[in-house]
Write a new protein. Sequence first.
Length: 527
Amino acid sequence: MSELLNRRLALLGERANLSLLEQCLHGIERECLRVTGEGRLAQTPHPEELGSALTNEQITTDYSESLLEFITPALKDPADTLASLDKIHRFAYSKLGNEYLWSPSMPCPLPAEEDIPIAYYGTSNIGQLKYVYRKGLALRYGKTMQCIAGIHYNFSLPEPLWPLLREAEGFVGTDRDYQSAAYIALIRNFRRYSWLLMYLFGASPALDAGFLRGRSHQLEQFDAETLYLPYATSLRMSDLGYQSKAQAGLTPCYNDLNSYTDSLRKAVATPYAPYVEVGTHKDGEWVQLNTNILQIENEYYSNIRPKRVTYTGERPIQALMARGVQYVEVRCLDINPFLPLGIDVQEARFLDAFLLYCALNDSPLLENTECGNATSNFLSVVKEGRRPGLQLQRRGQAVDMKEWAAELLENIAPLAALLDQSHGSDEHSKALDAQLAKVKDSSLTPSAQVLAAMTEHKESFSQFSLRQSLAHAEHFRSQALAKEEQAAFEDAARKSLEQQAELEQNEVGDFDVFVGAYQASILAISN
């Protein structure tokens, strides 16, 4: 273990500091498609009983009108975060009628591209901006790709932790500078080691054959309706997923916050020839917000993002530049189709130990070859992570994936122990043991279990997914929310609809001018 990690562990293990680790915050965003009882994409509008997708803080839509997104508050104990997510699911099911939430990450059999409905947010300028942005995504990447769902895990270390470390390490600069640098260092380590998460939690080894819409691919036939790769862990995170030629040259280096925000700012302000050719309007209608590499910074697709809560009207980049990094958003997690919420507390406890390891361990800058290796290791594991003898690249040498995985888990063990010490439990160490078991026996991984279940039941990917979706619906519907909880959700939904109506009634100014000002806000800080 590195000397730096040892020093930091000793400091945090001191009695005066131990309670700090109980103050980490955890938030979850879970996306899922609404489907019919036959497992087809629901073509109905976002249910009004769930409130306004624009203004309801806990229930919104992502890309499609059919793609729900549930958002928990950020809480200290991930068990509470999951309890909050569970309540959102129960409330949604009380309003979904004869529709269901699709259980895995990869979509159900989809209708023709033009029949996938884009999420609509009403007539306010901000609502229209969200809609046109999604039209741009359809134009650039196709609608099919946007129907993939995932789990985003938001994690922050407690604010008082940073001054403590900064002082101990004699960092020259402000607390805020130190905090941002430390989160960017966490992200670099995450890039190095996130292949491990794909092996342990990847749950999309197969997909509906119609998903590829006749594009060429290297997948194998599982049955007439299903494509798969025998050793894949997460086809969702492979190059079959969200692909972008325009973004190919955009690899923000996580060397410091400035280089990261710079590369995104440039991408949001730099025209891309194929998009310029299309233009922003067709037949007098907006088709994309602009003709640049990215329409907005959130279009940049990455496994993890540095984040800062934004003020009204503020852009993510502006918030980061003004106030530094506040938390990270882990974006590479598949939905586990065997779990009603798609994630459980054991996974969350392990993620905490893993992220703490990334935050506290040495994190040298990613040199060119290492940056490339991090990407290729990740892609190797998502496509063939369970292949016996799979080799990855580490410091210019080939290394056996399972050996490296076992070594990483051994290095993470003291972090799990420290978290347990601060919480007075053994849950983090138990979560770590469960991951070690998967490293020793790949049949315990979710990706292997998905293929095993499909084989055992002689079912296609879609039949398996629908069976799981119906079982989860039964789980949520069998236990209604307490009356006051149900009433609180209904009240929030009603208020969000009123809020949207008020926004639309009081809207001033023309949408074209609004888009211009929005674009100018990024150009203003580009100079």
